[in-house]
Design a protein around this ligand. Structure first.
Ligand code: TXA
Ligand code: MG
Length: 318
């Protein structure tokens, strides 16, 4: 698997039906030409992702958005203008340009314009949208560097476009605009309050049966067992685990008192840093052969809400 910064080559590989891992501001994506059914089919095979789990379509510009969707409602136009390029995915009614394989047969499609110069240029050169899930095996930790991609998907990708480490480090916010009121399907860097300020109404948290695999339990998980705890519970949780054969890591912010775990994974001193380091710390835990990661949850402000969401899902793994 080869790593490059050559945008033209990446666009050529995609145009020929190949797969390219691409950088975004959130996490790396595993991209195919969204209009090429067999290329998109291969994305599912490489990821080990069950069919029927829709991919996000990445566009460059509002006219490319229009080509992917049946119509652009006023709310979508406002959110795109306010937050694109950026970490916000809009679920809208799809157009005929988007094949069934991308949306898992749904009549809706998730679309976003990522905030990364290399990838935006690749989409522009290709002249078509790209479909890309996070570039990890299904259910595992998302990659936030080119090296992470190479470790996760050894050999199965035609090219890795190396755009450096991801700025945000956690997947985009997903908001569904196809219902009577906007629904938050996945928390991310764009908060419900920020969306509310633009729309004049705050999206409700979707509490129905899971419509997105990112909403399932046992997602975003490393090989080590994750135990998500509040700050006050951390001491007891670590205390009850250390000793014996279990190798215990504690992942927490810098100001959390030294806990007697075997390994300390430093999540930094604020929620934004925690988000940026989250996935690389979980990968590090696996590299160190840790059995349990006691993940001390950040406060629910800023990116803390999205970090809590991912850790609570990772910790549902049996
Ligand atoms: O930040 C991100 O969103 C990253 C980067 C690569 O853009 N992508 C990402 O893709 O996280 P993935 O496949 O790991 O997660 C996509 C999520 C899934 O939870 C999927 O179910 C949801 O988006 N999704 C996609 N289309 C949808 C639709 N039509 N309706 C509901 N959910 C949808
Ligand atoms: Mg994913």
């Amino acid at each position: 698997m080869e790593s490059t910064r050559d945008k033209k080559r990446a666009a050529a590989v995609l145009a020929a039906g190949g797969l390219v891992a691409v950088p975004t501001e959130t996490v790396y994506g595993l991209a195919a030409d969204a209009t090429n059914e067999s290329a998109v089919q291969r994305v599912f095979e490489v990821k080990g992702r069950p069919a029927g789990h829709p991919l996000i379509v990445h566009v460059c510009g509002l006219s490319m958005l229009s080509s992917c969707v049946a119509d652009v409602p006023e709310d979508a136009r406002r959110l795109a203008e306010a937050f694109w390029p950026g970490p916000l995915t809009l679920v809208l009614r799809r157009s005929a340009l988007v094949p069934d394989v991308v949306t898992g047969g749904l009549s809706t499609v998730g679309v976003r314009q990522p905030d990364h110069v290399l990838t935006l240029e690749v989409i522009r050169l290709l002249g078509r949208p790209i479909a890309a899930p996070s570039a990890n095996r299904f259910g595992r930790v998302s990659p936030t560097s080119a090296l992470d991609v190479e470790e996760s998907l050894t050999g199965d990708v035609d090219l890795v476009l190396d755009g450096g480490p991801c700025r945000i480090g956690i997947e985009s916010t997903i908001v569904d605009l196809t219902g009577t009121t906007p629904a938050l399907l996945r928390p991310g860097a764009v908060s419900p309050d920020e969306i509310g300020e633009v729309l004049g109404k705050t999206p409700h948290v979707d509490s129905g049966p899971p419509r997105a695999p990112g909403m399932l339990a046992a997602h975003y998980a490393p090989t080590a067992r994750v135990l998500a705890v509040e700050r006050e519970e951390a001491g007891d949780a670590v205390g009850s685990l250390v000793g014996g054969d279990t190798r215990v890591a504690v992942m927490c912010e810098t100001d959390v008192d030294a806990l007697e775990a075997d390994i300390r994974l430093d999540a930094g001193s604020d929620e934004t840093t925690y988000a940026g380091r989250l996935y690389s710390l979980l990968r590090e835990a696996d590299r160190c052969g840790v059995d349990v990661v006691v993940a001390v949850l950040p406060r629910p402000r800023g990116l803390g809400g999205a970090v809590r969401d991912r850790l609570q899902r990772a910790s549902s793994t049996p």
